[in-house]
Design a protein around this ligand. Sequence first.
Ligand code: SD4
Length: 322
Amino acid sequence: MAKSKSRRDFIKSTALLASASILSTEAGCQDPQLTQPVVISTWNHGIPANAAAWETLSKGGSAIDAVEAGVKVVEADPESMSVGYGGLPDRDGNVTLDACIMDHTGNAGAVCFLQHIMHPIAVARKVMDDTPHVMLAGEGALRFALDKGFAKQNLLTDKAKQAWKDWQKTSNYKPLINAENHDTIGLLALDTKGNLSGACTTSGLAYKMHGRVGDSPIIGAGLYVDNEVGGATATGMGELMMKTLGSFLVVELMRQGASPQEACKEAVMRIVRKLDYKDLQVGYLAMDPKGNHGAYSLQKGFNYALMKQGENQMYDAESYIL
Ligand code: SD4
């Protein structure tokens, strides 16, 4: 995994360094029983997401709180055009959101085809914590969110609306690789108690059919965590991960002895062997309970942010197609 050469490579804010030193005095150095936290997440927006997750972890907070805090930063960013606020709409002009979250005990929550809510991950967390269910969809998810006090708001920014209008001139639907319509955030965190959690949130493929749901809210496709073995998350053309239950596959391969890197690669190879993947992208990230990580993608161009020991850096994933 080569460090990428982008300008964002060496973003290390003083806040991050400060939280790293809090960790070494409050946690890591004083108690050898405590695990060193690690955060890993997809694409360039992983840098600010990791930083927010780290803030929670460095104070001894839980992995589940950290993953939620991390991805919320990206959900609220209007410049991130495939997650939450500012996300590109479906072909009818609706921003529809998919998200899921999973903790170290195997608890999980998800929402799909949710509209008008800035933080679908927080709604997914409430589904996990406050209901006997795993997933709520569409109108039901919206009603639940409003009942829980979330505000209804317009998520279609002027910039996203203009992009949609431009797209309508041809209405040519072709999912692209590594373009701005493939920028889901999937984030995995390991906390000082050695617990793993994950979160995944997206506005899905730009200009998708109204009602389309991708892999991101599907436990086992977009995200899976088993605290004994490890966690995995996915990005890219959701249909490919759904057909192979990719994140579950990565974790199960790790259970059978594969390293996180080997498991990510094998899950991509499963797609290569079985499905028509031409011009499509899939990227997997994985982490085991010791903080070892893996990253592998179908096509060149998938990058991820890794934060450990207070350092937050971008890396390019290895890929099947070079
Ligand atoms: C989806 N997997 O809806 C998402 C899109 C994505 O990076 O990951 N973009 O299929």
